[in-house]
Design a binder for this molecule. Structure first.
Ligand code: CMP
Length: 228
């Protein structure tokens, strides 16, 4: 029980909740391990549970045309997913796949409803995060409609740098850069176009690629299109 409370404390939307709330939640959850590559929820399956990520990394995807994958979001320690089916009772809106071995804390609808009857703040925190996600989805829709692939790629790289980047002497380092295919899935472009754009960015000294890492160079930030 103590371990689960500690796990829940890592979840960003629970940071501000009291021990009493976390204890009540912990009593109602179960913890499950998923190995890298396993599918946690399938799009269109019925679902009645929300998942809190205690460790690991996962992604929510849709299958696009010709087997192409569209990445909607990624989740890591402190994030949650599965709230959509939990709340509206509709089938899962996307497939969620573990990218690394992951530990998930699972809460079923029945237990969620009993919990929020006594502790409504938990629901408010989930709604706040859902609102942030909707804003992000609005940005993505705006970018798809208004920005060309090069600018979308710039936006995506700066978003990754904001989350995972480290300031270094000559710019901002992304230690584990996504593959060209992964970047393509994130911005709704083909792998070939992303490879071409990255080559172009390198030639213009906007970025430097070194092994698995990528550095956004000072010129990148002066040329960056304004983020919406
Ligand atoms: P659910 O539909 O229950 O199962 C799939 C989950 O993927 C969904 O809940 C959300 O948690 C998550 N998801 C789907 N679309 C998005 C999105 N656009 N941004 C972030 N997460 C999403």
């Amino acid at each position: 029980m103590l371990k689960v409370i500690e796990l829940l404390r890592n979840v960003s939307i629970f940071e501000t909740l009291s021990d009493e709330v976390l204890e009540d939640l912990a009593r109602r959850t179960k913890t499950q391990e998923y190995s890298a590559g396993s599918i946690v929820v399938y799009k269109d399956d019925p679902g009645d549970a929300i998942f809190f990520v205690s460790a690991g990394k996962l992604k929510a995807v849709l299958a696009g045309e010709n087997g192409r994958e569209i990445v909607l979001s990624s989740f890591r320690e402190g994030d949650f997913f599965g709230e959509m089916s939990l709340l509206d009772g509709q089938p899962r809106s996307a497939t969620v796949i573990a990218l690394e071995n992951s530990t998930l804390v699972i809460l079923k609808r029945r237990d969620f409803v009993s919990h929020i009857t006594s502790f409504p703040q938990t629901a408010i925190n989930i709604l706040t995060e859902m609102s942030l996600r909707l804003r992000k989805a609005d940005d993505v829709i705006g970018n798809l409609a208004l920005l060309d692939v090069y600018n979308r790629l710039c936006n995506q790289l700066s978003e990754i740098a904001e989350h995972d980047g480290e300031e270094v002497e000559n710019g901002v380092l992304i230690p584990e850069r996504p593959t060209h295919q992964e970047l393509a899935s994130m911005i709704g472009a083909s792998r070939e176009t992303v490879s071409r754009a990255l080559g172009n960015f390198q030639r213009q000294n906007l970025i430097a690629i070194e092994g698995k890492s990528l550095i956004l160079l000072p010129k990148f930030f002066s040329k960056m299109p304004k983020r919406s």
